[in-house]
Design a protein around this ligand. Sequence first.
Ligand SMILES: C[S@@+](CC[C@H](N)C(=O)[O-])C[C@H]1O[C@@H](n2cnc3c(N)ncnc32)[C@H](O)[C@@H]1O
Length: 260
Amino acid sequence: MTGRLYGDLAGWWPAISPPSEYAEEAALYVETIRSAATAPVHRVLKLGSGGGNNASHMKHAFAMTLVEPADGMRELSRALNPECEHLPGDMRTVRLGRLFDAVFVHDAVMYMTAEEDLRAALATVAAHLAPGGVALVAPDATTETFSETTEHGGGEDANGRRARYLEWRLPPEPGETSFETHYALLLREPDGTVRSAHDVHREGLFGRETWLGLFREVGIAARSSRPGPSRAASTTPLSRPASPRRPVSATRLDEKAFRI
Ligand SMILES: C[S@@+](CC[C@H](N)C(=O)[O-])C[C@H]1O[C@@H](n2cnc3c(N)ncnc32)[C@H](O)[C@@H]1O
């Protein structure tokens, strides 16, 4: 369940979560991908690319293909990032029939609420990764890092619409692999009219061993790394196993990609 935020409220996304706020973490992701790679990275696939906020920074480093199922979010991203390729698709099932130097999945992976969904999403990553390519998957939390939190934020878009939100992440029920995040939104039109909205999202939560086991199952050698410095709560940079055509040095990956 991804709620109204990416549906009837999608037009408010740039006011709720302005692209400028993503510069620091996008730079971290560029550096992580580059330092894990054994060859220059040109083509990058992002699954669940949303409004294209990360891409608006990462596109200066890579040629990006952006896959996003929600029409409203994809159109926002297309307007923000006209130089990127945009395609519809669900990260569990999409098959583009081509390979990329790197595949990146950011917070959208949190919408994988069952293990079979997460396995399917990681199989999609593997299916699009060139031999020796780099996969970077950055969930907001794993079971080990999750805590009940509230956050607030918001901004203003180019049309003068302003938004403020409160995000309340509730703990999962015992034995569950998912939890609820509630959003309280205040949306202010340029004429001063303010309305409120309450949106509830169901997100997935898996332990580090489950993550690493699923990566192994789909044929990707993985390590977990420390949380990033800003919005990202945890990152998991990964690499496809070495192939005879373009080998990857495990030692190099340990030293440079995975800052454990
Ligand atoms: C928080 S937004 C992503 C924002 C993005 N990180 C950015 O830089 O703008 C989460 C996105 O995940 C997408 N999403 C949800 N379920 C998905 C799925 N099964 N496959 C791909 N994307 C999905 C939603 O449509 C939404 O646009």
